[in-house]
Design a protein around this ligand. Structure first.
Ligand code: FES
Ligand code: MG
Length: 572
């Protein structure tokens, strides 16, 4: 019998191997357990409550066909799924729980490899974190984005246009009936959000990290080519097991370098920063938030997709897709990074072509010269904060203005539209208590709505600062992921309405302009502390007690690193 991992369950003729085999017999012939065929789990995040992933059962069947064709045994393994738009208070609260549950099931089960089916925002990060910590041969099959829907003759971008249309309703320029009518135009088909939000970003970055069959990422969910790719991914999974090519061999420091370059050129989601840091943390790859600023700094923004730009994922695919973008910045990529097929990522780029120069801009004529995510430090963010210049108003990136502070999301909603709120277009809106511990789960609330009276005056962007995250589909001059968060003793808890805030992108600073001794002596707001989460049991308690801050990926402190795939003891 070959020394496959699954043979530790099925090999031999003792009582335990009998038990492991016998209960699996339903439909499997005896030679399924002869040790020749790799047993491959299809880690499936399909769920009716994760609408963006609801089609993954069909994708999984194509993967299974591919596995069978290549001589493997395909095993559907439903895993914890997270519907970004459905779960409260925020899907991010359970990214680590999903990753932990997936990790444990990959390790505990008789499998030799795993195909990771994800799509909606947290699902691909959680799958990759889990796969990294078990380090079994693994390949991602991304579920793909939705087709473009149109409303009033104009394409609608998932998420991005919700923010825009809802501001129009608040400004009185769109009726609420029309607003509701746009819902089914926005979500036109199966698949995940079609903007360059977190799902699109992480699907594409999974490929840049080397973890998909080259050329797959960005294929629209309803496209026939997605199922073809799923089939090919199944075939590849069998080969991966035979080659014993593990995530730790694929996702190296070089792969993360390339992911950061791609993130900038694509204009990808700020959420990718916490996800990539968390995945790297599982692999033991040294990666810091500063790497995103440093490596991303010289990278031009080439892709004109919402929320930063105009087009949607279907357009990117039509225009040549990820490879066409990577080919433009090939000189910035680390050529040593390999993919799951065992070849360098860059070797797949030779045939890439751009078919629409409006969607994918030439290197010499980018949308923006410097597209990276900037990391700011200062007396407001000792461990850093992020801003995505590509999604911001350039004039606001050097700004000085008075703080208007909100102690919680509820406080924000209660007072924001109050006509007596003292706020001008120069004010800096600050929202605290929204970090990993404070909320809990670091929700996507940093892109606060603007005060109604300013909207009515035509103001469309203001400087906003928060210890939470922002939806990858959102836009604006938003400073986010402030670390440490207010609830973890961060100085954001000390700011008062009226303090002068200085945002200085050029020098990468975020400060309160206040004498140092006065700032040091100031107490954190007791009012703000009342809103911080204080769970007493269950996942929330474990999470709040052990979650790391955003600047290192917001993983649980005891989940860093890998435990490998070994299981020491028998079950009977
Ligand atoms: Fe699922 Fe946007 S809500 S990807
Ligand atoms: Mg999101």
């Amino acid at each position: 019998m070959a020394d496959r991992r699954s043979a530790q369950w099925y090999g031999g003729d003792d009582r335990n191997s009998y038990i492991h085999r016998a209960w699996m017999r339903r439909g499997f012939p005896a030679d399924a357990f002869d040790g020749e065929r790799p047993h491959i789990a299809i880690a499936n995040t399909a769920s009716d409550l994760t609408p963006c992933n609801a089609h993954l059962n069909e994708v999984g069947r194509s993967v299974a066909d591919g596995i069978h064709r290549a001589g493997g045994i395909a095993l559907n393994l439903p895993v914890v799924s997270l519907g970004e738009t459905q779960v409260k208070p925020t899907a991010m609260l359970w990214r680590n729980m999903a990753a932990m549950a997936m990790e444990e099931m990959f390790r505990a089960n008789p499998i030799d490899g795993v195909v990771l089916l994800g799509g909606c925002d947290k699902t691909i990060p959680a799958l990759l974190m889990a796969a990294a910590s078990v380090d079994l041969p693994a390949v991602v099959m991304p579920g793909g984005p939705m087709l473009t829907g149109t409303f009033r003759g104009t394409p609608l971008g998932c998420g991005t246009d919700v923010w825009k249309l809802s501001e129009e309703v608040r400004a009185g320029t769109l009726s609420s009936a029309e607003f509701q009518r746009s819902e089914s135009s926005m979500i036109r088909s199966r698949g995940h959000c079609n903007t360059m939000g977190t799902a699109s970003t992480m699907g594409l970055l999974a490929e840049v990290l080397g973890m998909t069959l080259p050329g797959v990422a960005g294929t629209p969910a309803p496209d026939s080519r997605l199922l073809e790719a799923a089939h090919a991914t199944g075939v590849l999974a069998v080969d991966l097991v035979d080659q014993e090519r593990r995530p730790s061999a694929v996702m190296t420091r070089a792969s993360f370098h390339n992911a950061i370059v791609a993130l900038a050129a694509l204009g990808g989601s700020t959420n990718a920063v916490v996800h990539l840091l968390a995945i790297a943390g599982r692999l033991g790859v040294e990666l810091t938030q500063d790497d995103f600023d440093r490596i991303g700094a010289g990278v031009p923004l080439l892709v004109d997709l919402q929320p930063a730009g105009r087009f949607l994922m279907d357009d990117l695919y039509r225009a040549g897709g990820l490879h066409a973008v990577l080919a433009e910045v090939q000189d910035l990529l680390d050529p040593s990074a390999i993919t799951v097929i065992g070849e360098p990522l860059v070797s797949a780029l030779g045939v890439a072509q751009v078919y629409d120069r409006e969607v994918i801009r030439p290197r010499q004529d980018p949308l923006q010269m410097e597209a990276g995510i900037a990391v700011l430090y200062g007396n407001l963010a000792p461990d850093g904060a992020l801003v995505k210049p590509a999604a911001a108003t350039p004039a606001l990136l050097q700004h000085r203005g008075p703080a208007v502070v909100f102690d919680s999301v509820e406080d924000l909603h209660a007072r924001l539209d109050d006509p007596s709120l003292e706020v001008t277009a120069d004010s800096v809106l600050i929202l605290r208590g929204c970090g990993p511990k404070g909320y809990p789960g670091m929700p996507e609330v940093s892109n606060m709505p603007l005060p109604a009276k300013l909207l009515a005056e035509g103001v469309r962007d203001m400087v906003r600062i928060c210890d939470g995250r922002m939806s990858g589909t959102a836009y604006g001059t938003v400073v986010l992921h402030v670390a440490p968060e207010a609830a973890a003793g961060g100085p954001l808890a000390k700011v008062r309405t009226g303090d002068t805030i200085v945002l200085d992108l050029e020098n990468r600073r975020l400060d309160v302009d206040i004498p140092a001794d006065e700032w040091a002596a100031r107490e954190p707001s007791a009012e703000a502390a009342k809103a911080y989460a204080t769970p007493t049991r269950g996942w929330e308690k474990l999470y709040v007690d052990t979650v790391n801050q955003a600047n290192t990926g917001a993983d649980l402190d005891f989940l860093l690193g890998s435990s490998g795939d070994k299981v020491a003891r028998e079950s009977h």
